[in-house]
Design a protein around this ligand. Structure first.
Ligand code: MN
Length: 188
């Protein structure tokens, strides 16, 4: 993601500077960002901070969003059916994890439909710092442990938690439990 963004930034900055007919020295003057830094960005060698990007946008008098690439998923409404995308854990009969949407790099989230068979227990090791899960029970009753504390969620109930700690999903009932799991990753 950062690699693509750097490429997009480089292209956008080069294009803007050519349109204005500015030298690097002039661009540095108008933006307050050093020539060296501007050069690095134009060569795709640097991922500037948000503050630096704002200076450049302001100096060139363009919107901040001019530097951000819109993801195709956002531009067009797309119908996603359950089972359209490759399934994970297919060999694990107790738990089935099916992505509903492809990973969205810009929004930084995954969304899964998860089915837990009766008696299923799935323990998840801590994810990266900053990862947040949103668990929504669609049908059945889910037991959800966060940091060793168990919660019981009925259909229609949901829980949002910091997933950078141990957590587990359990189906203590005699019927299959279906949940949606929306996982948000912090932008790196
Ligand atoms: Mn997890």
């Amino acid at each position: 993601w950062m690699q693509e963004l750097a490429g997009h930034l480089a292209h956008t900055l080069r294009t803007l500077r050519a349109q204005r007919g500015w030298s690097l020295t002039q661009a540095a003057e108008y933006t307050g960002v050093s020539k060296a830094m501007l050069g690095q960005i134009e060569r795709g060698e640097s991922s500037p901070t948000v503050a630096t990007l704002w200076k450049i946008a302001t100096g060139f008098n363009v919107a901040f969003s001019a530097f951000l690439e819109a993801s195709p998923a956002q531009q067009q409404a797309t119908l996603h059916r359950y089972g359209d995308l490759p399934v994970y854990d297919q060999d694990n009969a107790d738990m089935r994890v099916v992505p509903l949407f492809p990973y969205d790099r810009q929004l930084g989230f995954d969304m899964f439909v998860i089915d837990l068979a009766p008696g299923a227990l799935s323990e998840s090791s801590p994810h990266e710092p900053g990862v947040i899960e949103h668990v929504i029970v669609i049908s059945g009753r889910l037991e959800l442990a966060i940091d060793g504390e168990w919660h019981s969620l009925a259909a229609g109930e949901a829980m949002r938690f910091q997933a950078d700690r141990p957590h587990a999903y359990r189906n203590a009932s005699s019927q299959t439990v279906r949940i949606h799991d929306l996982i948000h990753y912090p932008q790196s």
